[in-house]
Design a protein around this ligand. Structure first.
Ligand code: ADP
Ligand code: GN1
Ligand code: MG
Length: 353
């Protein structure tokens, strides 16, 4: 580890390095130096992210652009370069490591403690969308092709069912049937995009509460982080991802489905925070598509968790054996609840139409 740390332009010598945060994909550490300077050191998951250079160039392009609009250091994720000016360091074993400035004085939440905190995360993603509205989206590489192509995620589910690699199909037939019954409806958003009804935007593509840093004292948005998937996409993807993760009454992996529901209070708070920050930059069709984004991205994540469960938990990090199955079930419960609350969900965005 010391050898890796020495490859970066740090302020001082590293005195501690420990695991930090709770992401599903990368390995994150908090690094401290004898100059009391803190950094985030991350090992990238190269199975998930094949094009590390492209991914880091996307992050650099977006953060450089944001820094010109907002020169305040805590407001933009800052890449710390390697000694030879690179965006990341690749070891002899092919591991890819990178360093960011640690954003001080912030909080990163797994679950909103109240509607106001969730509204602020909506503002953070709304501001992100607004600030990047003029960014030339074609400059971003599609580092994970078809990332939010929901019909393609269903194709991957079909492959997992056919292969039944882990021999788990027999246990999950009700979940498989329930998701497959939604397959047709899941294509609506991508169909609208292909028909030219929804524009491609700079999209975070992994928008969720735990990927935003709020000011620890004021709870105002500080910075949007975890930009690995920043790529062209739809505004509805980011809105939808935030809702499925943050507007649920329970954790993403709650085993007790009776505790899982869509909180309309949280949904409305997010819609207000998000749209008050960026509605002026969105088309009417995009605003109207946001509830569909919530439903589609909830379905998509549920399908991905189910696929990973069938494949033997290859993709997401798990800490217990049925975690992906629980994640898949919570998403199904949320989709059902969204269907029941569809009119209320649409009414919440209607004032901006
Ligand atoms: P993953 O892709 O695995 O989710 P993240 O980039 O989101 O990884 O980092 C994991 C956690 O580390 C975040 O949820 C946050 O708590 C913390 N974190 C990441 N980057 C920073 C940063 N620049 N400053 C402060 N905390 C950070
Ligand atoms: C992963 O890295 P993390 O935990 O922020 C995943 C997202 C999923 C999310 C489910 C690159 O995000 O797409 O929505 O888990 N990221 C990738 O919580 O696949
Ligand atoms: Mg994250």
């Amino acid at each position: 580890m010391e050898k890796i740390i020495r490859r970066f332009c740090l302020d001082g010598n590293a005195v501690s390095c420990s695991r930090y945060g709770s992401g599903h994909i990368n390995t994150t550490c908090l690094l401290e130096t004898d100059q009391q300077h803190r950094y985030i050191l991350q090992k990238l998951n190269t199975h998930v992210f094949g094009d590390t250079q492209g991914l880091m160039e996307n992050i650099a392009a977006v953060t450089d652009y944001l820094r010109q609009l907002t020169p305040r250091p805590r407001r933009v994720l800052t890449i710390v370069p390697t000694l030879d000016g690179g965006l990341y360091h690749e070891t002899d074993k092919g591991e890819c490591w990178r360093v960011f400035e640690f954003i001080e004085g912030g909080v990163c939440l797994e679950q909103a403690r109240n509607a106001e905190e969730f509204r602020q995360s909506g503002r953070a993603f709304g501001q992100f969308q607004k600030q990047l509205a003029e960014f030339p989206v074609e400059r971003l590489k599609e580092t994970i092709p078809q990332f939010h192509d929901t019909p393609n995620r269903f194709r991957q589910l079909h492959e997992a069912i056919a292969a039944d690699k882990a021999g788990r199909l027999v246990q999950v037939q009700p979940e498989v049937d329930a998701y497959l019954a939604c397959e047709k409806a899941a294509a609506e958003l991508t169909d609208m995009q292909r028909a030219g009804l929804l524009p491609l935007r700079v999209c975070h593509n992994d928008a969720k509460l735990s990927n935003v840093i709020l000011d620890a004292e004021t709870h105002e948005p500080l910075c949007v982080i975890d930009l690995d998937t920043v790529m062209p996409g739809l505004a509805a993807y980011d809105f939808g991802d935030s809702i499925r993760y943050g507007a649920s009454t329970a954790a993403e992996d709650e085993p007790d489905q009776s505790r899982v529901a869509l909180s309309m209070t949280l949904y409305r708070a997010y819609a207000e925070g998000f749209l008050s920050a960026c509605a002026e930059r969105l088309t009417k069709a995009e605003i109207a598509s946001l509830p569909l984004g919530a439903k589609t991205i909830t379905l998509e994540n549920g399908v991905r968790f189910l696929t990973d469960y069938l494949n033997g938990d290859e993709y997401y990090q798990i800490s217990r054996s049925s975690q992906n199955l629980d994640r898949c079930r919570t998403h199904l419960t949320l989709v059902r609840d969204m269907e029941a609350r569809w009119q209320e969900m649409q009414a919440a965005v209607a004032p901006w139409l």
